[in-house]
Design a protein around this ligand. Structure first.
Ligand code: PNS
Length: 169
């Protein structure tokens, strides 16, 4: 049997902020692929809570807390995901699917990415059931309105969010 080719996957996202749902995806993807690059998009919609530096730093801290033998890298990027993936010589884009409501947007992105980079496949993973309801926007909404976000995001993120919302950073 020929040697198996190493598969490099890229998990792109805004991660504003990284939640336990994203973490669940990272954990799953690292068992499936030989190496995983978590790519934090510098451009994250209209008004991100965290700057791209902050989102990148938080993701780095969260990934450092995982036992991954150097198989997960965190990078930041601007421009097209499809171009990034080709540049990195990766063949897979990892995205999370929580519910049917995610499907249309994800389906469009996957097909557009395939058009832009035809040898790149998008692989959808489901987070653990406990995180199916979770999104960065909901966590922000809860936090903005004084709710408790403990257990929804990694501790370092909860601390950064609470500080940000209190106006300390
Ligand atoms: O976490 P998000 O906000 O759902 O991530 C969306 C992201 C960053 C993956 C997407 O907006 C993206 O790929 N942006 C880079 C620009 C790009 O490639 N746009 C065309 C997407 S088909």
């Amino acid at each position: 049997m020929p040697d198996k080719l190493a598969i490099r996957a890229v998990y792109p996202g805004s991660f504003d902020p990284v939640t336990n749902g994203h973490l669940s995806l990272i954990e799953r993807a690292r068992h499936l692929f030989d190496d995983l690059i978590v790519a934090v998009a510098e451009n994250a919609g209209k008004e991100p809570l965290f700057s791209s530096d902050e989102r990148f730093d938080l993701m780095k801290q969260v990934v450092e807390g995982l036992d991954h033998n150097g198989r997960i890298q965190v990078i930041r990027f601007t421009g097209l995901t499809a171009e990034l993936v080709v540049e990195l010589k990766a063949t897979v884009i990892v995205r999370g699917l929580r519910a049917v409501s995610d499907f249309e947007y994800e389906f469009q992105m996957a097909l557009m990415n395939r058009k832009l980079a035809r040898d790149v496949e998008t692989v959808f993973l489901m987070p653990s059931l406990s995180w199916v309801y979770l999104s960065s926007s909901l966590v922000k909404d809860v936090a903005y309105n004084g709710g408790d976000i403990t257990g929804l995001v990694p501790a370092v993120v909860a601390e950064a969010m609470n500080k940000k919302i209190a106006g300390d950073t």
